[in-house]
Each structure stands twice: as structure tokens, then as C-alpha cells.
Design a binder for this molecule. Structure first.
Ligand code: ADP
Ligand code: F6P
Length: 319
């Protein structure tokens, strides 16, 4: 391939910039030209495409968000949108594209690959909800951000003899909730993947309170929602003051952690190696720490196993 494009799509995630940098630098190193496609698939359809050189991605590895901007593009879900995107690739001499995003973005990448433009997907989402990979770019930063914020909420909860109910992001997935819940010593972690009984949660808090514990953390995943209602029910059942906090989009921002920067760099480099060989319609991910690639359709059909063993540990060591 002579010229490749790179775009970010769907929700932004810290580390996307590190991936863009790796793609650009690796492609240039291999003698290819690189263009940035702005605001996801919209930029492809509208021709918002600009050349990127080695220095254009300098000083971005440590920045959150995405310098290529991101968007959701409804037109791309239609056949006509894919055709427009294909024509835009032909017009701009783009032989292949690295798409950094989540499942939705990969569906688009599969459609464009089928239309004759080889695409490689890189998992970029804080949710870690992509089955073919154990790790998605942005996940580590988001978890660490949430952990720091929950620690702060815990400080004030302990000063006031309160229970803090914290809702963390993850769309329908509970990976951020599970891990931050363990890391912050949550008395209960409530996610959509595991059955839960609020009566059991309040019973556990009541028993702990009786034994002398004065403050509690309950982590709720976004997919459950209702964190305010959960807080009210705990307050009523246990007679402890409760406050609910929805952490929200702060979890999507901030400077990426070392892990996000390194994994984004590894996966970005690997994606370019695939395109260099003329391979498309693959998603790159991590399995047992190794960088691997899987057919996009196969990746989309895979189901992610929720770590019930970790959930069990979390519950058993929490009081
Ligand atoms: P994510 O990639 O984070 O899962 P979305 O689901 O919002 O985020 O998808 C991002 C973009 O990917 C959409 O705005 C659309 O342009 C494209 N996309 C999503 N689903 C499809 C689909 N079924 N076919 C083609 N393109 C899609
Ligand atoms: O997929 C990342 C994510 O932050 C989810 O955790 C959340 O459900 C969703 O995106 C929020 O999307 P938006 O930025 O459109 O509000």
C-alpha cells in the first residue's frame, strides 16, 4: 500500500492519540504516506482529510481525547454512505484505513472492507467491552481516574459516617465497575452481568455498621443506572446517610496511563504491519498480553465472558 488513512470513531478514549501517533510513524517508517481523516466516518464522506507527517503527531502521546476528533456518522450505516466513503478513498488515493473505535466503528470498517477498501480496527473504548481482546485503549486510564475519584468520595463519606453510591461508565458493561469496586474496597459492586439483590446489599451494610464500620462505598455500573434510587433505598433500609454520584464523562478525559500509551503504540504498529501486507477486515487486540488479529465479523460475533471469579473475590473480601 502506498497511502493509508487513520480515523477515530465513536466515543473518545485516552490513548487514541498514542495509537494515531504509532500508526502515522510506523507507516512513514515503512515508506507509506499517511492522511488523517477527521471526525470519524463523517470526514471520509465529506473529504475532511489532511496529510500527516512525523511532526504532526509530535507531543500528542500524553494527551487525552483525540486530535483527529471523533463523531457518530449515521450516513455511514447506509449503503449510499459506504459508497460515498469508497469514492472518497479512490479520489484521495487511500489504499487502506486504520479505524480506532468500538464495536459500532468495526461494523463500519467491515462494510468498507467489503466494498474494497481494506480496514483494520483498533479497539479504542474505555468500556473494555470488545470480546476479541482482553484490553481496549482507554480502559486503564478510565479505571484509574474513576479509582481516584471514588477514593475522594470515600474520604468525605468516612468523615460524615455516610454511604457513597458511585455510578461509573461502561455502557452495558461492568468491567470498570468491577475493577474500581475492588480497588476502592467497595462493600458492594452492582453490574448488569451478575444477578444482585439490593436486600442482600443493605443487609451486608447493616451488619458491617453494627460491627463498627462507619462508611461504605457501593459501585454501580452505568448499565444498571438508578444510582439515586439505590442510594435512597440503602438510606431507608440501613438508616445511614447516603449520597449518589454519577462520575460521567470525567472518566473519558485526562492524560493516558503508561499502559494505555504502550498498548496503543503496540497495536497501532501492528495494524500498519497488516495493511503493509495488504491485509484488511481484521481487528487487532491483546490476548494473554500478545498482540493478535481476528476477522472483523468473527470479532463482532464473539461474546465476552464476565470474570465471575473476580466478582466473587470482590464480594468475599469486602465488608
Ligand atoms: P463505537 O465504535 O464506540 O461502538 P458507535 O456504535 O457509536 O461507537 O459507532 C460509531 C460509528 O460507527 C457510527 O456513528 C457509524 O458511523 C459507524 N457504525 C456503527 N454501526 C454501524 C453499522 N452497523 N454499519 C456501518 N457503520 C456503523
Ligand atoms: O463507550 C464509551 C462511553 O463513555 C460509555 O461508557 C457511555 O455509555 C457512552 O460512551 C456515553 O456516550 P456519550 O459520550 O455519547 O454520552
Amino acid at each position: 500500500m502506498k497511502k493509508i488513512g487513520v480515523l477515530t470513531s465513536g466515543g473518545d478514549a485516552p490513548g487514541m492519540n498514542a495509537a494515531v501517533r504509532a500508526v502515522v510513524r510506523a507507516a512513514l517508517q515503512k515508506g507509506m504516506e499517511v492522511v488523517g481523516i477527521y471526525r470519524g466516518y463523517n470526514g471520509l464522506i465529506n473529504g475532511d482529510i489532511r496529510p500527516l507527517d512525523a511532526t504532526s503527531v509530535s507531543d500528542i502521546i500524553q494527551r487525552g481525547g483525540t486530535v483527529l476528533y471523533t463523531a457518530r456518522c449515521l450516513e455511514f450505516k447506509e449503503k449510499a454512505g459506504i459508497e460515498k466513503a469508497k469514492q472518497s478513498c479512490i479520489k484521495n488515493g487511500i489504499d487502506g484505513i486504520v479505524v480506532i473505535g468500538g464495536d459500532g466503528s468495526f461494523r463500519g470498517a467491515a462494510d468498507l472492507s467489503a466494498a474494497g477498501i481494506p480496514c483494520i480496527g483498533l479497539p479504542g473504548t474505555i468500556d473494555n467491552d470488545i470480546a476479541m481482546t482482553e484490553y481496549t485503549i482507554g480502559y486503564d486510564t478510565a479505571m484509574n481516574t474513576a479509582m481516584e475519584l471514588i477514593d475522594k468520595l470515600n474520604d468525605t463519606a468516612s468523615s460524615h459516617d455516610r454511604c457513597t453510591v458511585v455510578e461509573v461508565m461502561g455502557r452495558r458493561a461492568g468491567y470498570i465497575a468491577l475493577n474500581t469496586g475492588i480497588a476502592c474496597g467497595a462493600t458492594a459492586i452492582i453490574t448488569t452481568e451478575m444477578p444482585y439483590d439490593l436486600g442482600e446489599v443493605t443487609k451486608k451494610i447493616a451488619e458491617s455498621k453494627k460491627a463498627g464500620k462507619n462508611h461504605f462505598v457501593v459501585v454501580v455500573s452505568e448499565g444498571i443506572g438508578n444510582s439515586q434510587k439505590i442510594a435512597e433505598e440503602i438510606e431507608e433500609a440501613v438508616h445511614i446517610e447516603c449520597r449518589a454520584t454519577i462520575l460521567g464523562h470525567v472518566q473519558r478525559g485526562g492524560s493516558p496511563t503508561l499502559r494505555d500509551r504502550v498498548e496503543a503504540s503496540r497495536m497501532g504498529y501492528y495494524a500498519v504491519e497488516l495493511l503493509e501486507k495488504g491485509i484488511g477486515n481484521r481487528v487487532v487486540g491483546l490476548q494473554h498480553g500478545d498482540v493478535i488479529d481476528v476477522d472483523i465479523q468473527e470479532a463482532l460475533s464473539m461474546k465476552k465472558e464476565f470474570p465471575a471469579d473476580l466478582y466473587k473475590i470482590a464480594n468475599e473480601i469486602a465488608i
